[in-house]
Design a protein around this ligand. Structure first.
Ligand code: DX5
Ligand code: ZN
Length: 216
């Protein structure tokens, strides 16, 4: 199976979101990666439900929503109502992670858990078979355009081992500082989905960049 590419709409032109959403629709990308930030869990505020609803109306691909917020449980049904397909919460924001994962499934979405760069893979040992996706952060969450943290490559290998050992069906996705060079190393390590924001949208030809990532 070829690598899943999920362009991050955080790097879109917010003065012309519809044009960039259509660009992703027409590209070889597989998912829309949607970063929701609350200004508490991360030192930045992005956007919320009205933007996701507007995206859902035109999206021809799945919505992969990465929520960088405290108290995610409070908003699970709202994310389901606006049409999110995969909802990924942060391990570091969940006191009762198993309950949160169950609530995401009960709301009809696929469930993912993201790990910050300092968080070891082993914290997911007891929930890995309940997950549809794990998101390895290769930058500290909060902003697009940051430098790739290379330790993420080793974490992808460890996650692959954990998934194989337990028979989990979880996909391994990586987010932050992805380009063709870092992306190739991540895919070789076992990553099955790559998020890319600035690498795609800072390019004069985003569709060609998406195609180049898709070939990794
Ligand atoms: C960072 C976000 C990322 C971000 C990636 O907190 O989770 O999804 O958009 O941006 P790049 O690809 O520019 O590092
Ligand atoms: Zn993200």
């Amino acid at each position: 199976m070829s690598v899943i590419i999920a362009p991050s709409i955080l790097s879109c032109n917010f003065g012309n979101l519809e044009r960039d959403f259509e660009l992703i629709n027409q590209s070889e990308a597989d998912w829309f990666h949607v970063d929701v930030m609350d200004g508490v869990f991360v030192p930045n505020i992005s956007f919320g439900f009205p933007v996701i609803s507007a995206l859902k109306k035109i999206a021809k691909k799945a919505i992969d929503c990465h929520i960088m917020i405290v108290n995610p449980d409070q908003y699970i049904s709202d994310f389901s109502k606006v049409g999110v397909d995969i909802l990924t919460v942060h391990y570091e924001a969940c006191t009762h992670l198993h309950r949160t994962i169950s609530a995401i499934h009960e709301a009809g979405m696929k469930a993912g858990v993201a790990l910050n760069p300092h968080t070891p893979v082993s914290v997911l040992e007891n929930v890995i078979t309940d997950l549809d996706l794990v998101l390895i952060m290769s930058v500290n969450p909060g902003f697009g355009g940051q430098k790739f943290i290379p330790q993420a490559i080793g974490k992808v290998k460890q996650m692959k081992e954990l998934i194989e050992k337990t028979g989990s069906k979880a996909l391994i996705e990586v987010d932050g500082g992805v380009n063709t060079e870092t992306g190739a190393k991540l895919v070789a390590a076992g990553a099955q989905a790559l998020v890319a924001g600035s690498f795609v949208f800072n390019s004069p030809d985003p569709k060609a960049i998406i195609s180049s990532l898709k070939k990794l």
